[in-house]
Design a protein around this ligand. Structure first.
Ligand code: MRU
Length: 367
């Protein structure tokens, strides 16, 4: 993704060749700042405090966190400590556990002297693969957008609604749900994106709007409650969102509020797609509602909003009645029956075990 003419991934190695640099997503969209991670604890804090967020980027950061941990001590005990520390940061995104399991499998049999180099190489491979997976998701999703465009009068805009941020900032590059939109825009298809603000942390208003704007994609930020109304009035041709964990049976955990959009889409006959790379599939689960752990975050994210004032100064503002308690479940589960299709790096699958296992037979087999 290009920001002010310069191409960026969301995570890269510092000039010293070993520290890990990430974009501080808590500062966006008002300030583009980077943070240098030098210890595993800093990587864990970056994930926990959402300096980095989005399932694939959480996994990539954790992988580099393992490499940072091993620089000081490459023993089995240090490796297991790092895996436990990083694995406890955020509960819902399965990419975190996928990346840590992959790091462990790669490193545990190696002599200690070889572990640091192997850890950096594996983390880099996870990042490069994520870019390729997201690009492939983009190509398959582009096919869906082309089909919708073909059914409309030439030049009429295609309205796509998205929730949260499943774009470049949530991955290493391209994004999942936003990748097809970028490719469609680049192909000259007149796409316009309805961006759900995505309370409480406003990943839509702050992050999706920021990156869509940087890429020149026409978009409009809407309040979280506007999507159903727009669908009732024929203003949404397609919904596409990301996911933090999708079961083997196609149930989808994503940012809180996704389920309500799926319900509204179902009621209005609007296709509801979920974009995901295969590391987001949890093949061990078959009942999303019962089995996917849902992160509960601090009530302060609901009671207070971050923003900038009219004078351009950043601030945190209380928006609830003083003393009122608040609850903050960060994700919800959309049942497979409400999902039109899963857009993966290998194509679009029905949201079912049959659909996923047809595309990923080797992964389904390991189940
Ligand atoms: O709490 P966040 O910001 O990490 O939540 C992110 C999402 O819900 C994304 O939609 C999901 O991780 C998919 S990212 C490609």
């Amino acid at each position: 993704m290009k920001i002010a003419g310069k191409a960026y991934r969301t995570i890269w190695l510092g000039e010293d060749g070993w520290s890990v640099v990430v974009i501080d997503q808590t500062r966006l969209p008002f300030s583009f700042e980077t943070v240098r991670l030098t210890q595993v604890q800093e990587a864990a804090d970056a994930i926990r405090h959402m300096i980095v967020r989005g399932a694939p980027l959480i996994g990539a950061t954790a992988a580099y966190g393992v490499a940072l941990a091993l620089r000081g001590d490459a023993s089995d005990a240090a490796l297991e400590r790092a895996l436990a520390l990083l694995g406890a940061t955020r509960p819902t995104a399965v990419n975190l556990h996928w990346a840590l399991a992959r790091m462990r499998a790669r490193l545990i049999e190696l002599p200690e002297t070889e572990r640091v180099a192997a850890a950096y190489a594996e983390a880099a491979a996870i990042c490069d693969e994520d870019v390729a997976l997201c690009r492939a998701i983009g190509e398959h999703g582009l096919g869906l957008i082309r089909t919708i465009a073909a059914a409309k009068p030439v030049g009429e805009r295609i309205n796509i609604l998205t929730h949260c941020n499943a774009g470049w900032l949530a991955t290493v590059d391209w994004g999942t749900a936003l990748a097809p939109i970028y490719l469609a825009h680049d192909a000259g298809i007149p796409v316009h994106v309805w961006v759900d603000e995505t309370r409480p942390r406003n990943q839509g208003a702050a992050l999706s709007a920021y990156e869509l704007g940087a890429h020149g994609v026409p978009h409009t930020v809407i309040s979280d409650n506007a999507g159903g109304h727009l669908m009732q009035h024929g203003e949404v041709d397609m919904v596409i969102v990301g996911t933090d964990r999708t079961t083997a049976t196609g149930d989808v955990a994503n940012k809180i509020g996704t389920y309500l959009k799926a319900l509204a889409a179902h009621d209005n006959g609007v296709p509801f797609y979920v974009a995901l790379p295969s590391p987001t599939i949890d093949w061990s689960l078959s009942d999303g509602l019962a089995e996917i752990p849902i992160e509960e975050r601090a009530a302060g994210e609901v009671t207070h909003l971050r923003g900038v004032g009219e004078d351009g100064r950043p601030g945190i503002f209380q928006v609830t009645a003083p003393g009122s308690p608040a609850a903050n479940p960060a994700f919800d589960v959309t049942p497979a029956r409400l999902v039109t299709g899963l857009v993966t790096e290998r194509g679009v699958a029905p949201a079912s075990f049959e659909g996923l296992s047809r595309l990923f037979p080797e992964l389904a087999q390991e189940r």
